[in-house]
Write a protein that binds this ligand. Structure first.
Ligand code: SAM
Length: 245
């Protein structure tokens, strides 16, 4: 999978993505990254890419032409233009389902804004989708782009050592993940649940599933509405609900 990132801060993207699991996946050739510095496409001789907003108001706006040229430098000559995502607090809020959807693409272009954002005409011209990472405003689109790239990358085959870990992660089937424990068996007087030491895999699986259900009901009841539940899960949920009435 290849990511193209249009940004004013390419180092921030490269440094973030070259670290840890995504960096290792790039070395293996499973992922690749090309950053494009929007400033290289400035249309004035001082390297500026922002200007005052028409109509007045606070802050500066990123001009359409430099960003358009940066985008053209990626897509010109391509038969099929990759999906272009603009990181924006006004976009669809990113979640695991969107990560799944984007991981099906072979290439993605991520556009990072700065200042007060982009000239609207540029968004109309090149952007397929605006993506937000949550209801708060950041100074730039670089952290949101890294968030999206990271979540998508771990769903690309071979990126995680153990494919199972993505399968059981929170949100994979609409539920939060069960609690995890590692050595030692006792720490600060707290012992690991004995079922995990029992060696009965079927019991461990059932316990984990029930813990996932309990956690989700407790912490994120909103997720229960769309969670994929088996007959057995539904029975368990009903028992818990009846016992708390
Ligand atoms: N004036 C804009 C507005 O109110 O919608 C906010 C601009 S913000 C200060 C600068 C840039 O940061 C945006 O163009 C966008 O690329 C990025 N950004 C900020 N918050 C974001 C979020 N929650 N999700 C995605 N991108 C965000």
């Amino acid at each position: 999978m290849k990511f193209y990132v249009l940004t004013l801060f390419p180092d921030m993207i490269r440094d973030g993505f070259q670290t840890s699991i995504t960096g290792r996946a790039m070395e293996k050739g499973l992922l690749s990254l090309e950053t494009v510095n929007i400033r290289d496409f400035s249309v004035n001789n001082r390297g500026r890419v922002d200007d005052y907003p028409y109509g007045g108001g606070a802050g500066m706006v990123m001009q359409a032409e430099p960003v358009y040229r940066a985008w053209q430098s990626v897509v010109s000559g391509m038969e099929k233009k990759p999906r272009t995502l603009y990181m924006s607090p006004q976009g669809r809020v990113f979640d695991q389902q969107m990560a799944q959807e984007f991981s099906q693409e072979e290439e993605l272009i991520l556009l990072c804004g700065h200042y007060e954002g982009m000239d609207e005409r540029l968004i109309e011209e090149i952007v397929d989708e605006e993506v937000s990472i949550g209801d708060y405003v950041l100074t730039g689109g670089e952290l949101p782009a890294l968030v999206v790239m990271d979540a998508v990358s771990r769903l690309v085959g071979g990126v995680l050592h153990n494919e199972e870990s993505a399968e059981y992660d929170s949100f994979h089937d609409g539920l939060l993940e069960y609690p995890q424990y590692s050595r030692p068996e006792e720490w600060h007087g707290k012992v690991v649940p004995s079922i995990l030491l029992s060696g009965y895999h079927a019991n461990v699986d059932r316990w984990r599933r029930e813990q996932s259900l309990l956690r989700t009901m407790e912490r994120r009841p909103d997720l229960m509405e769309h969670a994929q539940l088996t007959k057995e899960d539904k029975k368990f949920v009903a028992t818990v609900q009846n016992s708390t009435k």
